[in-house]
Design a protein around this ligand. Structure first.
Ligand SMILES: Nc1ncnc2c1ncn2[C@@H]1O[C@H](COP(=O)(O)OP(=O)(O)O)[C@@H](O)[C@H]1O
Ligand SMILES: [Mg+2]
Length: 421
C-alpha cells in the first residue's frame, strides 16, 4: 500500500501548477545521488549494450504497430535506425565505463512523489533486469521527456542542468535524444494499452501526445554557443541559470566544474586553494569547459557557458569551436557598476554556501587585467545591465535582444520554446 499523498505525485502536482523549480531540482539531486550509489556491475554483460537497447526499441515499435491505431511516423523509425548505427560504439563504451547501473527504469511523472521535503521514486521496474540495468542517462531521459511531453520544457531543462551539475556526466548527452525518443515510444504504448480498457478518448490523446513529442525530438536542430562574459559579481551565474530553461540550453559552469574532482564524484564544498587560480590552472579549467561544451553542442543542445571569459585567448578557443561546427556564437556581456560588483561579491561570500570563491581581491585583479572585447567580438555581443531586480532574469522581456538575435540565427527551433517568449 502506498503511504503517501496522491496529490503529491509529480503528475498531480504538475496538473495543479504546484511542481516548482525547487522540487524539480531536489528530484535531480536525489536521482544523481541514487545513480552515484546504485550497483554498477551488471549481472549480464549484454545489459545496456547497443544491440540490447535496439532490440528493446524494436519491441516497442512492433507492439505499437499491433496495438495503436495511430502509426509511428516513418521519420521516427528511420531516425532511430540511423542513430543506433551512429551511436553503437558510444553506447557500448558507456557499458565498459560503468555507466550501465541498476536504475529505476520507469521514471515518468506518475512514479515520482514529494513526501515531506523528500522526493521519492517508486514502482521501479522489478520484473525485468534488462529494463532496470540501463545507462544512467537513459533513466534521466525518461523524466526529462515526460516534462517536455507535458508542455514544461523549462522544468525539463532545469532537471537536466541540475543533474549534470550533480554528476558532470556531459559525456552521456551524446545518446540522450535516442533515449528520449525511446521513452516517448514506451509511454505512447502504455497509454495505448491503458486506453483499451478505459472509457473516453483521454488515453488515446495522451498516447498521441507522446508520439508527437517523439517526432519533435527527432527533428534536426541547430544549436548555438552562448558565452557569458563579465566580472565576478556581475550576475553571470544568477542570470544564466534563469535564462537556460527559457531557451532549453545546457549550462556548463566554471564555478562548478573546478570543484569536481572527477565525473560523478561529489563536488568539493569548500574554497579551493590559491593554486587553483594560477594562470595554468585557469587555462586547464577553460580546456575542461571547452570539452564539455563540445559534448553539449554535439548532442544538439544550445550551450550557455557560465564563466567570466575575461581573457581573449579563452574566448577565442570557444569562438573557434563554434566556427568549426558552423554554429552561431553570441557573447552575453553582463555589466554592473564596480561598487555594485564589490557589494555583491562581499555579500555573496558572507551568505549561504555558493560555489564561487571569488572575493574582492580577485575582483580587483580582474578589473585591472581583463582584455576588453575586440571589435569583432563586439559584433557578436549582447549587453545586459544586471543592476535590475533579480526577478527580471526570469522574464523573457529581459532577454529580448538576445532572443531576437537567436531567432535570426536560427538558434531557437523548438516551437514550444518560442511560444514561451
Ligand atoms: N540583479 C541582482 N540583484 C540582486 N542580487 C543579485 C543580482 N544579480 C546577482 N545578484 C547576487 O549577487 C551575487 C553575485 O552574482 P553571481 O550571479 O554569482 O555573479 P557572477 O556569477 O557573475 O560572479 C549573488 O549572490 C547573486 O545572487
Ligand atoms: Mg558565477
Amino acid at each position: 500500500m502506498r503511504r503517501f499523498n496522491e496529490r503529491h505525485v509529480f503528475s498531480n502536482l504538475l496538473a495543479a501548477g504546484e511542481l516548482g523549480v525547487d522540487i524539480i531540482e531536489s528530484a535531480a539531486d536525489r536521482l544523481a545521488h541514487f545513480h552515484r550509489c546504485t550497483p554498477r556491475s551488471p549481472p549480464r554483460r549484454a545489459y545496456g549494450l547497443a544491440d540490447q537497447v535496439q532490440t528493446q526499441v524494436h519491441a516497442i515499435l512492433a507492439a505499437l504497430d499491433r496495438e495503436s491505431a495511430e502509426t509511428v511516423a516513418a521519420e521516427v523509425r528511420a531516425w532511430c535506425g540511423l542513430e543506433f548505427a551512429r551511436l553503437a560504439e558510444h553506447i557500448d563504451a558507456r557499458c565498459a565505463q560503468g555507466f550501465v547501473r541498476e536504475c529505476h527504469g520507469d521514471l515518468h511523472l506518475e512514479n515520482v512523489v514529494l513526501a515531506g521535503r523528500n522526493v521519492l521514486m517508486f514502482d521501479c521496474i522489478e520484473f525485468s533486469e534488462a529494463l532496470r540495468w540501463i545507462d544512467v542517462i537513459s533513466d534521466l531521459a525518461f523524466l526529462y521527456m515526460d516534462l517536455h511531453a507535458h508542455d514544461r520544457p523549462d522544468l525539463g531543462t532545469r532537471l537536466l542542468n541540475r543533474w549534470l551539475r550533480a554528476t558532470g556526466d556531459f559525456a552521456g548527452l551524446r545518446a540522450i535524444r535516442l533515449y528520449i525518443v525511446y521513452r516517448a515510444l514506451v509511454r505512447a504504448l502504455v497509454e495505448t494499452l491503458k486506453a483499451r480498457n478505459a472509457e473516453g478518448a483521454d488515453g488515446r490523446t495522451r498516447a498521441s501526445r507522446y508520439l508527437q513529442w517523439a517526432l519533435e525530438a527527432v527533428r534536426e536542430r541547430q544549436p548555438c554557443l552562448l558565452l557569458c562574459h563579465g566580472y565576478s559579481g556581475s550576475g553571470k551565474s544568477a542570470a544564466s541559470a534563469a535564462l537556460a530553461p527559457l531557451i532549453g540550453a545546457i549550462r556548463p559552469s566554471s564555478d562548478i566544474e573546478r570543484k569536481r574532482p572527477a565525473p560523478f564524484a561529489p563536488l568539493l564544498e569548500r574554497a579551493l586553494s590559491r593554486d587553483a587560480y594560477l594562470p595554468e590552472a585557469v587555462d586547464f579549467q577553460y580546456a575542461t569547459l571547452l570539452s564539455l561544451t563540445h559534448q553539449v553542442l554535439e548532442a544538439g543542445y544550445c550551450a550557455l557557458v557560465d564563466a567570466s571569459f575575461l581573457h581573449h585567448e579563452h574566448r577565442s578557443r570557444f569562438a573557434a569551436l563554434a566556427r568549426s561546427m558552423q554554429l552561431p556564437l553570441v557573447i552575453l556581456d553582463f555589466r554592473a557598476a564596480p561598487s555594485c560588483l564589490q557589494r555583491r561579491v562581499r555579500e555573496r561570500s558572507m551568505g549561504a554556501y555558493q560555489p564561487s570563491d571569488a572575493n574582492e581581491t580577485v575582483l580587483a585583479r580582474q578589473l585591472e587585467n581583463a582584455d576588453p572585447l575586440t571589435r569583432e567580438e563586439l559584433s557578436s555581443t549582447v549587453v545586459f545591465a544586471t543592476d535590475v531586480p533579480i526577478a527580471s532574469f526570469e522574464e523573457p522581456a529581459y532577454w529580448k535582444p538576445l532572443l531576437a538575435r537567436l531567432h535570426r540565427a536560427g538558434g531557437l527551433h523548438d516551437e514550444r520554446e518560442e511560444t514561451q517568449w
